[in-house]
Design a protein around this ligand. Structure first.
Ligand code: GDP
Ligand code: FE
Ligand code: FE
Length: 196
């Protein structure tokens, strides 16, 4: 792929894709490739490093099919905030999943790992890479839900507006369904959606 150089990270694209595919269903792997495509489009438009955008997208859901026991063990191993144990796969696969990506895929770039960590909830201060991944995950071509077309339109125009759109709609969905809201998701809301 043009302008993408994985060799500086020590592996080939084929080897990386094989490892990722081995960790997930065909359906999720198709989602991952869709996120990469969307992330590259957004990265080009927003002056983001294309190799990092590709790697963050390809690895963002790497840990999603791990067992709860695997995540709980990693929280202990890395001495992460014990409150994390009160959450579930939705929150763990990014926040804790970053450590599986680092250990098992050898990706150690802090910006990539941070983007993976916050890809589900966002964060009050996000790098362009983190925004690109957060939005690409939401609008990729295999996503079908009411509002996704609008989200794609907004993303094509303005990345911050797309972060705001996605955050507002995700929080509305969580509230409507009486789901617990991870504090970082509220911080994202306050930073990108709420008016001063
Ligand atoms: P996916 O991994 O590609 O399916 O997408 P995401 O990582 O963005 O989201 C995973 C799930 O987490 C989705 O069902 C979101 O609705 C859900 N989610 C996002 N934010 C929160 C939150 O603050 N609390 C809870 N309980 N779930 C959330
Ligand atoms: Fe995810
Ligand atoms: Fe995803």
């Amino acid at each position: 792929m043009e302008n993408i150089d994985y060799l500086q990270y020590g592996f080939t694209r084929d080897a990386l894709l094989k490892k990722i595919a081995s960790q997930m269903s065909q359906k999720r792997f198709t989602h991952v490739l869709g996120v990469e495509k969307a992330a590259l489009t957004l990265a080009k438009k927003n002056n983001c490093d294309l190799t990092k955008a590709s790697l963050a997208a390809l690895t963002h859901d790497y840990a999603k099919e791990r067992s709860d026991a695997d995540f709980l063990a990693m929280i202990d191993k890395k001495k992460l905030d014990p409150d994390l144990k009160n959450w579930n796969n939705n929150i763990w696969h990014g926040m804790v999943g970053q450590y599986f990506v680092a250990e098992e895929l050898g990706i150690e770039d802090p910006e990539i790992l941070k983007a993976i960590a916050v890809h589900t909830t966002g964060d009050q201060k996000m790098s362009t890479l983190a925004k690109v991944l957060y939005v690409a995950d939401y609008i990729e071509e295999n996503r079908h839900f009411p509002g996704v077309e609008k989200a794609r339109q907004v993303a094509a125009e303005n990345l911050d507006a797309a972060v705001a759109f996605e955050t507002q709609h995700t929080l509305l969905y969580l509230m409507e369904n009486k789901k617990s809201i991870y504090p970082l998701a509220l911080a994202t809301y306050n930073a990108y959606v709420a008016k001063p």
